[in-house]
Design a protein around this ligand. Sequence first.
Ligand code: AMP
Length: 426
Amino acid sequence: MEQEERPRIQSIRGTRDILPPESEKWLWLEGKFRAVLSRFGYSEIRTPIFEHTELFQKGTGGSTDIVLKEMYTFQDKSGRSLTLRPEGTPSVARSVLEHGLLKRTKILKFYYFGPMFRYGRPQAGRFRQFDQVGAELLGDVTVEGDAESIHLHVMLLKELGLSAFTVKINSVGCPNCRPYYSRLIQDRLKESLDGLCDDCKVRFDRNPLRILDCKVDDCKKLVEKVPSILGSLCEECLHRFEALKERLESIGIDFEVDPGLVRGLDYYTKTAFEIHHHMLGAQSALGGGGRYDALMELYGGPHTPAVGFAAGLDRILLAVEKEKIEVPIPSGTDVYVVAVSDKARQKCFEVAALLRETIRAELDLAQRSLQAQMKAANSLAASFCVIIGEEELASGVFTVKNMKSGEQAKVSETELRSRLERELRP
Ligand code: AMP
């Protein structure tokens, strides 16, 4: 076929089309994930992909890169400031409050799938529109909840057959101990303020903890001077962190403690975690999350302990590729209805319609020759062909060809569907 002319209007930088058969991989992943999420007792929540800008400014946090630099914010026709969601947790929190869901029950377990939007610099594994799965456990204060969230994330990856990843955990403290640690960072870095990148100079005043997360080499060097947060935790946070490690060990989850792990979002308290893949290069985080006990109050709701995570589907599928995991791609169809001559086309259409009530069936819509139709059946990996010519039209008995064995049988029109159903699902 001749190369089609490239269209003048193309997809936006950092976005992409997911075409078949690639889209089959997404269906496979989603099916596997939904099965695991349901084993853990989570139900799906679907929230809008755009929200009032304020939701993210308040929740995600005014000092985060996401809010400062990466949001797709626009005014609608009535002048309201709206934002394409850069992450899912604020929407879930808003929805729970808006519908008073925690008035009826103490614990909620929600998961979501969907596209998120961030205006970052596109590169391998980093897009401007990407998909996440997220799982939120709301109303839960226990350390088992923290461990469950990490376990669930790990199980999602294992369900796909992934194994080359590391779980990293940390505690980012609570409103009791974090201010103390923030001051300690400021004390240690105030002499070297000039050596920090411009972003970290702003973070120094607004949210010093996030300097630990900076990827700029000079900042990384300076951060070596700062002692670990784990030495500054209050008794309660320390106790929870120790208990979390015990819970994870008790169910055989390997982890690494990473005191530099602070996560990009402002709302985390106590437990923070990330999962990194070993074969993905710079963008190695498959997902991450933690406890966010203070988020609901930021939105004017009651104190609501909560823990959750979000994982990136685009990157998880890259990891599936890197680990050479075979994704089962279903064949194109089960039965191909072949017209030997033009006269049979009308009958083929009727037979395909009948089969399609219960069976995957295809027919030729391009007026192709018999030979080309048989080729199409092969390329769709059809298990059977139903062949209809003049003779079959006259007798009402069709030729059914088993495409694997090459065997042919004569089957009457009335028995055709039930016979094929039996053959396809023995
Ligand atoms: P975050 O909400 O930043 O914690 O991200 C959670 C996960 O979403 C990350 O670990 C990535 O797997 C994925 N993710 C975040 N940003 C992007 C992006 N720009 N492109 C692709 N995946 C992303």
